[in-house]
Ligand binder design. Structure first.
Ligand SMILES: [Zn+2]
Ligand SMILES: [Zn+2]
Ligand SMILES: [Zn+2]
Length: 109
């Protein structure tokens, strides 16, 4: 696991949209400004690493607001979404790659 800056609040630890109150802690990192993501890490394609759902003010459903996701093994662009991480309408993470934009590559051995 590695500690990375919380993408949703940009490491500030406060709710970026002040949905609850100005003093509300970030729901993703709990106010710590850091989140733990298991390595190896790739940037979340669905939210482009922002941690914010592209069509709402909620945390990204693919990376849970962390902005990064774990991807083991060889990387291959997702054939379903072409690396965008979302379905055609953009509201849901791609079901083939889970919003990562990459899938595990074919074993070449
Ligand atoms: Zn946060
Ligand atoms: Zn994301
Ligand atoms: Zn995909």
């Amino acid at each position: 696991m590695s500690q990375i800056k919380c993408a949703f609040c940009k490491g500030i630890g406060k709710d970026p949209f002040n949905l609850l109150s100005k003093l509300a802690a970030c729901q993703v990192c709990g106010g710590q400004g850091l989140v733990a993501v298991e390595e190896p890490i790739v940037e979340c394609a669905f939210c482009r690493g922002s941690g914010i759902h592209p069509h709402s003010r909620l945390s990204c459903s693919a990376c849970k607001g962390k902005g990064s996701v774990t991807h083991r093994g060889a990387k291959q662009e997702c054939p379903d979404c072409g690396g965008a991480g979302c379905k055609v309408d953009g509201n849901l993470p791609c079901s083939a790659c889970g919003g990562k934009g990459v899938v595990r590559g074919r074993r070449s051995s």
